[in-house]
Ligand binder design. Structure first.
Ligand SMILES: [Zn+2]
Length: 239
């Protein structure tokens, strides 16, 4: 555990303060800032604790994966099962909340193959949007970053056609029914977007799927906008 200064002169634990508190949100100095941070606050493998990287090759290879990612579960493709407090959960946390952008490539790489390749056509990746307020707080939308990695690996197009119209409580604070209610009407199509093609497969990208309520809400909006083929693609899902 590392400590940092919360601005009021008190050293606070990682629960309240993270590496990203020191980082510029974007721009030229981000890599330099990361390099300096690694000197003062070294990173450790989420699995074995080895210093210098977020996940060593051995622990990455040992990450539990679904044997057949080509078989979607409820129309959602997932590379790995998700468990709280697992090394994978820590890896996702570092990406999403600590701003460790380099972890995105590791996460996207958990797919040994492109599960969409057998479907033919040219699927379009649609990141699940964050509300502008949360993007400003976090500095990025993790789903959009993951979508860019998938697009680069699998030669696909990304279309950010959705927006989050309502600022909602984090889903992680809620259970089943509360999650559905929390997200109802929270998404819409961007105003400038043309009607969606009924022939195209739109693939919603998110980091984790738990109850599926986020993806379901997004599917409703895409379907209302003309899409006929929609599925989800996440790094991990709860089992
Ligand atoms: Zn390791």
């Amino acid at each position: 555990m590392y400590a940092c200064n919360n601005g009021a002169g008190h050293a606070v634990s990682r629960e309240n303060c993270s590496r990203r508190d020191f980082l510029p949100r974007s721009g030229t100095f981000m890599n330099l800032a990361h390099a300096l941070l690694n000197i003062f606050f070294p990173i450790y493998c989420v699995g074995c604790g080895k210093e210098g990287l977020h996940c060593c090759a051995v622990c990455l290879a040992a990450t539990a994966r679904f044997a057949h990612t080509t078989q979607p579960w409820n129309d959602v493709y997932a590379a790995c099962p998700f468990e709280d407090h697992s090394p994978l959960a820590e890896l996702i946390h570092r990406f999403k909340y600590d701003g460790a952008m380099e972890v995105a490539a590791l996460l996207a790489g958990l797919y040994a193959e492109n599960p969409l390749s057998r479907l033919g056509g040219a699927p379009v990746l649609v990141p699940v949007p964050l509300h502008t307020r949360r993007v400003n707080m976090r500095g990025f939308n993790q789903s959009a970053i993951l979508a860019e990695h998938f697009a680069a690996r699998w030669n696909m197009e990304v279309q950010e056609v959705l927006v989050r119209t309502r600022y909602t409580r984090p889903q992680v604070e809620l259970s089943g029914e509360g999650r559905e209610k929390n997200l109802r009407g929270a998404f819409a199509m961007k105003k400038s977007v043309a009607p969606l093609s009924p022939e195209t497969l739109y693939v919603l990208v998110d980091d984790v799927c738990t109850t599926g309520s986020t993806l379901r809400e997004c599917i409703k909006v895409l379907t209302a906008a003309g899409a006929r083929n929609v599925c989800g693609l996440v790094i991990a899902r709860t089992v």
